[in-house]
Design a protein around this ligand. Structure first.
Ligand SMILES: Nc1ncnc2c1ncn2[C@@H]1O[C@H](COP(=O)(O)OP(=O)(O)OP(=O)(O)O)[C@@H](O)[C@H]1O
Ligand SMILES: [Mg+2]
Length: 169
């Protein structure tokens, strides 16, 4: 499907995954605004993509869409985790690039995050077998022009139906 009346191209594959062009950070913020109402306590969102692909930008836009639009959202590059007390739930923003072993994630309170909070995780593969199966996957890619980005959203468990509601809006 091509979204009508918009310069943003959006397509849905037969497996239900959604591809959305993000020509600039405004488009990233618009996607965050659509995703924010879908999130509930206990959710895990895995952000994939190369260095600089736009993972933190989308996570930051989501955190702002869920709470204060002026919220300072530093990248957790060095701290590995930043936490936010949002109106609907607590949110953990992880950047696990520098995590040395998957088990070290327990020192970052990842169990508490998974239990009731919302977890936004950059470099999710660092968690190995501890990465929850029920999660929303967002893969960010550079486009050919090197300036804009493209997001591919896919999910398992109830995320399939929740993504369908994203398509319908
Ligand atoms: N949709 C977009 N269009 C154009 N530029 C973007 C977009 N999203 C992010 N950027 C720019 O890309 C740069 C890197 O973004 P960001 O820090 O979010 O990447 P990252 O994937 O988190 O990187 P890292 O792997 O280092 O954590 C930033 O300068 C940001 O402004
Ligand atoms: Mg980042």
């Amino acid at each position: 499907m091509i979204a009508a009346g918009s310069h943003i191209r959006e397509t849905t594959a037969s497996d239900g995954s959604i591809t959305i062009d993000l020509p600039d950070e405004k488009a990233t913020a618009a996607l965050a605004g659509r995703l924010a109402p879908l999130l509930r306590g206990g959710d895990v969102v895995a952000f994939r993509g190369d260095l600089g692909a736009g993972k933190t930008s989308l996570a930051r836009a989501l955190i702002r869409a869920l709470g204060d639009p002026a919220e300072p959202v530093p990248s957790p590059t060095f701290t590995l985790v930043q936490t936010y007390s949002l109106p609907a739930f607590d949110l953990w923003h992880f950047d696990l690039y520098r995590l040395e072993s998957a088990e070290d994630a327990f020192e970052l309170d990842i169990e508490e995050a998974f239990a009731g909070g919302v977890s936004l995780i950059e470099w999710p593969d660092r968690l190995g077998r501890w990465l929850p199966e029920r999660r929303l996957e967002i893969a960010l890619n550079f486009t050919d022009d090197g300036e804009s980005r493209r997001a591919v959203l896919s999910g398992c468990g109830d995320w399939a139906a929740r993504l369908a509601s994203l398509r319908d809006d």
